[in-house]
Design a protein around this ligand. Structure first.
Ligand code: CA2
Length: 147
């Protein structure tokens, strides 16, 4: 079974506790459970991780490249300024989908730019926790298309 890494950047471990009007009331554990359920239906093993540390996140991206694993990533605020993360993601060896709970394009101007989008297969944003499920379906299709 193919393993998909679902990587989450800073502050996403606090989901469900604040700003529910923007990010919803689901916790990251709720999102993980939903993704594992859908992954089982799609024949994908889900490994969901979260860190507030840029170096740790980049280490996981390197691991994915070395293991040829597909990645779904919500880089959180790193989306908007981390060229180091972008350079790591550009080394990818398997499908890559960028995901956001909110729709950054409809928010503050500093959120309009993503330094990650150009190295991803695509971006899904604005559907709350559903963004992750749509991203999993997109990864399943990309894997299917490549085989
Ligand atoms: O909409 C998304 O998924 C974001 O990646 C979330 C990031 C934000 O910087 C991006 O522009 C869009 C922020 C995550 C912060 O998570 C929180 C969780 C609970 C309470 C407050 C913030």
């Amino acid at each position: 079974m193919t393993t998909v890494l679902i990587l989450n950047g800073p502050n996403l471990g606090r989901l469900g506790s604040r700003e529910p009007e923007i990010y919803g009331s689901a916790t990251l554990a709720d999102i993980e459970a939903a993704c594992k359920d859908l992954g089982a239906q799609l024949g994908l093993q889900v490994d969901l991780r979260q860190t507030d540390d840029e170096a740790e996140l980049i280490g996981w991206v390197h691991e994915a490249a070395d293991r040829r694993l597909p990645v779904i990533i919500n880089p959180a605020a790193f989306t908007h300024y981390s060229y180091a993360l972008r350079d790591a993601l550009a080394m990818r060896t398997a499908p890559l989908v960028e995901v956001h709970l909110s729709n950054p394009a409809a928010r503050e101007s500093f959120r309009h730019a993503s330094v990650v989008s150009a190295v991803a297969d695509g971006t899904i944003a604005g559907f709350g926790p559903g963004s992750y499920e749509l991203a999993l379906r997109a990864v399943a299709r990309l894997i299917e298309a490549a085989t």
